[in-house]
Design a protein around this ligand. Structure first.
Ligand code: NAP
Length: 270
């Protein structure tokens, strides 16, 4: 806590819509003071309400020191479900510093009648599977993931990302810059215009527009599974009652409720 009677200072690890929405909710809650943290991957980030810091912390040691120095009362890891390193660091650092942690993750997608999904464990498995499913690929896994498809010569790729990707890149590639949310009509038009015959996506959850458009056209979808949440870290902060597992929430409302009731009460094994 920041001191008796003063608002509890909350660190939101962001880079997602949920992170921004939680920052807005915290900023509108008098008993909370919010600092959002962004990795600094995009040149024009959408800035959350409240205070914002940008850039890495310098690993677990850096984040632990930050939590102590800034007297952070609670951490919410609202990073993307595939930002596995940041989540692992949040688990380790919050335990070391004796600060309660909540992992906010929107639910993954669930299959619907008519879907032709191929679930794969990682990007390498997606790349290996693609040539058997189609030639013209719509790749929506983000610019940092394109390298995994660089050697797939049998396919032509349309890749969509917020920022331009860097090498290595597939030989036959068209890059489309864009930031969601995307509409169903827009996705329909894109799939038709580029004669797409297979979609690749991470199981990010959220808007289903591209999945709905693919289902309508009867297209196969390669869905990359989420990395698992890291194992719980035991607190090394002497005498501090910290839950030995990261609590999880699926919605911004639940995360805000967790913060408002003093953070450490809920603990569901992640
Ligand atoms: P990552 O691989 O899990 O993290 C790599 C390093 O980036 C971390 O060790 C940390 O550096 C720094 N970092 C990541 N998120 C940070 C944050 N919110 N604030 C400060 N530092 C952060 O992360 P990533 O997959 O590259 O994702 C980076 C950011 O993009 C995240 O904020 C995430 O929410 C967002 N994002 C990711 C994806 C995706 O598919 N991975 C999709 C959409 C948005 P230090 O070790 O120096 O602290």
């Amino acid at each position: 806590m920041t001191g008796p009677g003063s608002p509890a200072r909350v660190l939101v690890l962001g880079g997602t819509t949920e992170g921004r929405n939680l920052a807005s909710a915290c900023a509108a809650t008098p008993e909370l003071e919010v600092i959002s943290s962004l990795a600094g991957r995009t040149t024009t980030p959408l800035l959350p309400a409240g205070k914002v810091r940008i850039g890495g912390f310098g690993g677990v040691d850096g984040l632990t020191a930050y939590l102590r120095d800034r007297r952070i009362a609670a951490v919410v890891d609202a990073t993307h479900p595939f930002a596995a390193t940041m989540t692992a660091h949040a688990v380790a650092a919050s335990a070391r510093a004796g600060v309660p942690l909540l992992v906010l993750r929107r639910p993954g997608w669930t299959v619907r009648p008519g879907d032709r999904w191929h679930r794969v464990p990682d990007l390498a498995a997606a790349a290996a599977l693609l040539p058997r499913l189609g030639e013209r690929v719509f790749l929506t896994t983000g610019r940092q993931s394109i390298a995994a498809f660089a050697a797939v010569d049998a396919c032509w790729f349309l890749s969509r990302s917020v920022e331009p990707p860097g090498a290595p890149l597939p030989e036959r590639l068209e890059v489309l810059l864009g930031r969601g949310p995307f509409t169903l009509d827009g996705e329909r038009e894109l799939l038709a215009r580029h004669r797409i015959d297979v979609l690749v996506t991470k199981d990010s959850g959220g808007s289903t527009a591209k999945l709905d458009a693919a289902r309508e056209r009867g297209l196969p979808v390669v869905l990359v599974d989420r990395p698992p949440l890291p194992p719980a870290a035991e607190s090394t902060a002497g005498g501090t009652a910290v839950a030995p597992c990261p609590a999880t929430a699926a919605t911004v409302a639940d995360a805000l409720a967790w913060l408002r009731r003093g953070s450490a009460a809920a603990c569901t094994p992640g």
